[in-house]
Write a protein that binds this ligand. Structure first.
Ligand SMILES: [Zn+2]
Length: 699
């Protein structure tokens, strides 16, 4: 392949890109007026896949499902009243500085850029979170707030559509000079956020900015493959472009999204001026073309955003090679590289099986360290985003199982109960002295009030704010219940008929779900209830009569019949306390078990042990009869805890030796409490020890 490089300045000259931070010149590459050439689609889903030909489960419109009570209603309320106000104070103030960056680029304020290269993208995610809240509560102050941000962002955008404060505010940086500057990441979030803004508000002011920006991207990245072929570090632009295609029907954006997939892996893996700054090869999924990939590699966030984008492209194109690869990659993650909590990205630093250096990402299959697990909050969320797309493509419950596992465990663990302290990494065990936090930039001994690398917090808050949009999907002839929680649904089925449901439940703390039909068509249609893979022995009744419906765990139970107002479906899922062991090839959890009840993974935290007792001294009694669950409405935001017995190993003689002769240990029995993993590190401002997996003793 001809890898001849075009001198950078010559290229800049050809494209007439403005480089000075405060000047705005027009680029000849895009002559068309953006707002003149699009027709807008009416779909209002988080993914607007109403017309996507290869999607089995279509998104409901955002706002059609409203939380009413219980777990997700509470979390949404916290997002609305705590998480977003606190994040607003950070990002629009001097500490977070994200809005300042746009104001400076807009010429409204003096100052310098502050924050990571991807800070613009993280602000777009924060805006997206606000829009989801607006989509539920219709608080006009939020809409006005977003309009103010859009005005500033519009002023910061150059005439040619370029919009990247991390470049514009530096005299010595030029557009699309090096992929480490994360321009594609910021672009992707801009496009997605603008599409969501249009779908929820009906306004086009943000969309106009996104279109102008995407047209510039198209003019550059569709035509010049030599220079830009390997561009895109964290590729959210693929998802963003597909949503923009779905919103505007302009096929250029879909073509460009596909082009980014076609380019990746098509070029020689060597360091060039455009790739300097981060590891190359598997780190950015460019060693192997996606269609030939059979192993998830590299940075976990990069990989899963990329796969999620590819799933969006497949939804439109139906290309078999693409879905075959995505199926393989999803299985590789879910069966060989995922933690019990749904978390992914086992190592901060490591190597791929092709011997490429990687950061914050996947390593070997079944290599699942607990204490050093990286598990970036974003990566875990990306895992659920990829799964949500695969759920749409296949309509199979296993994808929603992963979404749910992530949501209740490794997503929520990234934020405290109060909604104002964050974790970036989500290990499954913490031990005093095991890690030198001074040498780390994203791992911390305690929850942090601000993270310099702020990608995770807005990603998590927008996810919490949008879960209602994931809760249901429209199946071919009915409605699928993907996630359980107290809510009202008012939607239209694919045939246009109105459907209203009311769901009542205390899930995930209780396993009873009641769904009442409030309005529906006369003809029979399907109601699909997801039976999670752990829900063995689930029963369904309809109007108090047992239904002859298969409830196979890990599938959707499909009920097809005529429905009428007043019908009540009840699903009972037994919420047993289960001990979980890992695959026998996961050496890190050999002879250990974790406690899981329903979708919730539990942990033991050192505040629930006698003073000065290490988590490493605690063993689980394998007799589950000693474990009891109880709901505590005032504890940790309202959770079910599990009380039970642990055995504490009495101190061994020489704990400093690497290896030592062992005698049969002596034990103290201690009555303790296991808490949901996502609630750990909420009861002490000091560093605590915690473990999901504990060694087990069977009597
Ligand atoms: Zn992150």
């Amino acid at each position: 392949m001809n890898m001849k490089r075009i001198p950078l300045l010559a290229l800049i000259g050809i494209l007439q890109i403005s480089c000075a931070p405060d000047t705005k010149k027009t680029v000849a590459a895009n002559a068309s007026s953006p707002s003149a050439s699009y027709t807008l689609d009416a779909g209002k889903g988080i993914l607007n896949n109403v017309h996507s030909p290869h999607v089995k489960f279509k998104s409901i419109d955002f706002g059609e499902c409203q939380w009413t009570e219980g777990f997700w209603a509470d979390k949404f309320k916290t997002a609305e009243t705590k998480m977003i106000p606190y994040m607003r104070s950070l990002l629009t103030g001097d500490k977070g500085h994200a809005l300042n960056n746009f104001k400076i680029a807009a010429g409204l304020q003096e100052g310098k850029h502050k924050g990571m290269h991807w800070h613009d993208g993280d602000f777009y995610k924060f805006m997206e979170a606000i829009m989801y809240v607006y989509g539920q509560n219709k608080d006009e102050k939020l809409r006005a707030e977003i309009d103010d941000y859009i005005t500033i962002i519009g002023k910061a955008q150059r005439e040619n559509g370029y919009l990247q404060t991390q470049i514009q505010l530096f005299d010595d940086r030029e557009p699309y000079e090096n992929r480490k500057f994360h321009e594609m990441y910021n672009s992707g979030h801009l496009l997605t956020s603008a599409c969501i803004h249009y779908r929820i508000t009906g306004q086009t002011n943000f969309l106009d900015i996104a279109i102008k920006h995407a047209d510039l991207m198209y003019s550059l990245f569709m035509t010049d493959k030599e220079r830009y072929g390997r561009f895109g570090f964290n590729q959210t632009q693929i998802m963003g472009l597909v949503e923009l295609y779905r919103t505007t029907k302009n096929k250029n954006y879909l073509d460009l999204a596909e082009q980014f997939i076609n380019n990746r892996g098509a070029y020689e893996v060597e360091e060039t001026p455009e790739t300097k700054g981060y590891p190359i090869g598997d780190m950015v999924q460019e060693r192997t073309p996606l269609r030939e990939s059979n192993e998830a590699v590299g940075h976990a966030v990069l990989a899963l955003y990329y796969y999620a984008g590819a799933a969006d492209v497949y939804a439109e194109t139906g290309e078999q090679a693409l879905i075959d690869a995505l199926d393989t990659l999803w299985m590789n993650v879910a069966l060989k590289k995922m933690y019990l909590t749904g978390a992914v990205g086992q190592a901060h630093y490591g190597a791929s099986t092709n011997k490429d250096k990687i950061e914050e990402g996947f390593i070997n299959e079944y290599m699942m360290p607990n204490t050093t697990a990286y598990n970036e909050t974003c990566a875990n969320i990306c895992n659920s985003m990829f799964s949500y797309r695969m759920l749409g493509l296949h309509g199979e419950a296993k994808y929603a199982d992963v979404m749910e596992t992530v949501l209740y465990n490794s997503a929520l663990s990234g934020i405290n109960i109060a909604g104002d302290r964050y974790y970036y990494a989500n290990p499954l065990r913490t031990v005093h002295g095991a890690r030198d936090y001074d040498k780390m930039n994203t791992e911390f001994p305690t929850r942090q009030e601000y993270l310099e690398c702020f990608c995770c917090p807005p990603n998590l808050v927008r996810t919490i704010a949008q879960v209602s949009g994931w809760a249901y999907s429209k199946s071919e002839n009915g409605i699928a219940v993907n996630l359980y929680g107290g809510n009202n649904l008012a939607t239209t089925l694919n045939d246009g008929s109105a459907l209203k449901l009311k769901q009542e439940t205390k899930y995930p703390w209780e396993g009873d779900i009641a769904i009442s039909i409030e309005a529906c068509k006369d003809e029979p249609f399907d109601i699909l209830l997801r039976i999670p893979e752990w829900a063995v022995g689930s029963k369904i009744t309809i109007n108090d009569e047992e239904a002859k419906i298969e409830t196979t765990p890990g599938t959707y139970a499909t009920i097809n019949q005529p429905w009428k107002k007043g019908d009540v479906i009840r699903l009972n899922m037994p919420l047993d306390i289960n001990l979980i062991e890992g695959h026998s090839r996961i050496e890190e959890v050999r002879n250990q078990v974790a406690i899981k009840r329903g979708p919730v993974v539990y942990c033991l935290e050192s505040v629930d042990l006698p003073e000065d007792t290490s988590i490493l001294e605690a063993y689980i009694n394998g007799d589950t009869k000693n474990l009891k669950s109880a709901y505590h409405p005032e504890f940790l935001g309202g959770v079910t805890t599990i009380s039970g017995e642990v055995l504490l190993r009495k101190e061994t003689a020489n704990s400093t030796a690497m290896y030592q002769k062992v005698n049969q240990p002596e034990w103290n029995t201690f009555k303790t409490t296991f808490i949901p993993y996502f609630t750990w590190s909420n009861r002490s401002n000091e560093e605590t020890e915690m473990s999901v997996f504990l060694p087990v003793i069977w009597e």
